[in-house]
Design a protein around this ligand. Structure first.
Ligand SMILES: [Zn+2]
Length: 265
């Protein structure tokens, strides 16, 4: 299994880096976790979208889903050698209607099929918290998180490794379920201190505690509240104070492989 950081910015893309988007390759399945602004461009550094088996969206905040339409439009023109199938697009229950509204905003009247990415490129699957799906060589499980917009973390298990991704969330005991025993715990680490609002984000100390309680093998921190190196390093140290395993700071284009090691491209 390997994880590629396609984009890791919290909120909008900046400084040439895309918002949330993470490519997980298990051996036979290629899965994109979240698809924020900038991912439609950045993903092209790694693969053509028509090679994806699935795209899983944690929640419907713009910075996690906005590029799902352009990625679908890219996938409608298949790359040579790409499999003849639609991409499974996992979205929160009720999202399909909003996706259709998005696609309808900019009609291509001369070529109506171009407006049908959510039918032709994707097979849209509305998931419920607690549901589990089987792909070619892995399973995806959606675990309820705590965020102002309904959000599920995604757990991927395959013969080549396991990974858990939080999406956006405040503290919830479900983090321990999500990350139980995983090789890579890819966690948002937005705040320098625990969230006291209703919005729902994690600080690095909470990430470290969740990873330790879950028995995760490594932590990759992402979705930082600041792009500053020292700020992020401080968050790494806070997580590492709670968790004895490896703790890494994500950056675009970094690759993390199981067994856990990191290679900066
Ligand atoms: Zn959010």
């Amino acid at each position: 299994m390997q994880l590629t950081i396609v984009g890791n910015r919290a909120g909008m893309p900046a400084d040439g880096a895309a918002s949330s988007g993470y490519l997980v390759e298990t051996g036979q399945s290629k899965i994109l976790l979240d698809c924020g602004p900038g991912i439609a461009v950045a993903l092209g550094n790694y693969l053509h979208p028509s090679f994806l088996e699935a795209v899983a969206i944690s929640h419907l905040h713009l910075d996690h889903v906005y590029d799902v339409l352009p990625v679908g439009k890219q996938a409608m023109r298949k790359a040579e050698g790409a499999p003849d199938r639609r991409i499974k697009l996992f979205v929160p229950a009720g999202a399909r209607e909003r996706l259709d509204q998005l696609a309808a905003l900019f009609p291509v009247r001369s070529t109506p099929d171009l407006d049908r990415a959510f039918d032709l490129a994707y097979e849209v699957v509305e998931y419920e918290a607690g549901s589990r799906y089987t792909l070619t060589d892995c399973t995806l499980e959606f675990v309820q998180m705590a965020h102002s917009e309904p959000c599920c973390g995604v757990r991927i298990e395959s013969p080549t490794g396991s990974l858990a991704f939080t999406g956006d969330t405040g503290w919830t005991d479900n983090l321990v379920t999500l990350a139980a025993g995983v090789d890579i715990f890819l966690s948002e680490s937005t705040l320098p201190e625990p969230d006291t609002t209703e919005h729902g984000h994690l600080c690095a100390t909470e990430v470290g505690r969740a990873a330790a309680a879950a028995g995760a093998r490594s932590v990759v921190l992402t979705h930082f509240g600041s792009p500053l190196e020292e700020w992020q390093q401080a968050r790494r140290d806070e997580a590492a104070a709670e968790f004895g395993g490896r703790v890494e700071i994500s950056r675009p284009s970094m690759l993390f492989a199981v067994p856990v090691e990191s290679v900066r491209k």
